[in-house]
Design a protein around this ligand. Structure first.
Ligand code: AMP
Length: 285
């Protein structure tokens, strides 16, 4: 595995590989790698000639400085994981390599409502930071394919909008959520859960599944109310539990015939904020 910390040598290397005909698959991460990340890398390896993973804890997407400070960082273990899975290139840039003109920089992208609903409502400015770092990383790596997890459903919608707005020559591949045996979606933040809250956190997936069953009999707002109650009863502090159109992320009306319906949830387990989602209906199924 080749490790790059600077943009220019990475660009030179990738340009040469691209010119020689290699197809590039890119997996951006913030490190503290787990099997969810590994699944993205495996998919990228299967579909491309060269797999590039980046590890960069992006300061501009954190709306709380304590969250940024507490974000787990395990670089040596991450390098071992990436070697085991057969990653070709690791890009671990410093802040100035990504933000040469400073941390105030933001990509010129109109997120519209996306920045005010669900995660956008509770994490103001988060998606502007995500879009900025993803645009910068895509400009550096110029991959044919970009691999991201459905775990961050709204993030995938934002990145799709970014790709369309700038007509970037990259395909977004959205990969399924990898879960622990009890259903908890894998996340770097899970490391910070106390044993008690780790147990309680399994309620999130259970309630998302129940929501899918209830939607046959209850209107969407009834299901949302049920979801919030159940999460609170499990000892979590829910921020939202919403049944939305999977393309627009707008609320679903009763009898709505959206192609895809998704239940999205965010809840605090102690001082750790967790998110998850479940596709309840998909016309492609
Ligand atoms: P992060 O390091 O949290 O920024 O995540 C990097 C990428 O891994 C993002 O595209 C995430 O959606 C994806 N990811 C995170 N957790 C999971 C998971 N449990 N299953 C699949 N993909 C995941």
């Amino acid at each position: 595995m080749l490790l790059f910390q600077r943009v220019e040598p990475l660009r030179r290397y990738l340009d040469a590989r691209r010119t020689a005909g290699a197809r590039l698959g890119f997996v951006p991460t913030m490190g503290a790698l787990h099997q969810g990340h590994v699944s993205l890398i495996q998919r990228a390896k299967a579909e491309n000639d060269l797999t590039i993973c980046s590890i960069f804890v992006n300061p501009t997407q954190f709306n709380q400085s304590t969250d940024l400070e507490k974000y787990p960082r395990t670089p040596s273990k991450d390098i071992e994981t990436l070697l085991e899975v057969g990653t070709d290139v690791l890009f671990m840039p410093t802040e100035t390599e990504i933000y040469p003109s400073g941390l105030a920089e933001r990509v010129d992208l109109d997120l519209g409502l996306l920045d005010r609903i669900l995660e956008g409502e509770f994490r103001p400015g988060h998606f502007a930071g995500v879009a900025t770092v993803v645009k910068r990383l895509l400009d550096i790596v110029e991959p044919q394919r970009l691999y991201m997890g459905q775990k961050d459903y709204q993030q995938c919608i934002v990145v799709r909008r970014l790709i369309e707005a700038f007509q970037l020559p990259v395909s977004l591949v959205v990969c399924p959520i990898i879960r622990e045996p009890d259903g908890l979606a894998m996340s770097s933040r899970n490391q910070r859960l106390t044993p008690e809250f780790r147990r309680r956190a399994s309620a999130i997936f259970r309630v998302l599944q129940q929501a899918g069953q209830l939607l046959a009999d209850l209107p969407p707002d009834g299901v949302e109310k049920f979801g919030l109650q159940e999460l609170a009863e499990a000892g979590l502090r829910p921020e939202y539990f919403e049944i939305v159109d999977g393309d627009t992320l707008q609320p679903v009306e009763p009898g709505n015939n959206a192609d895809r319906i998704v239940a999205c949830a965010a809840a605090w387990a102690g001082d750790v904020r967790l998110i998850d989602n479940l596709i309840l209906r998909d016309k492609d199924d």
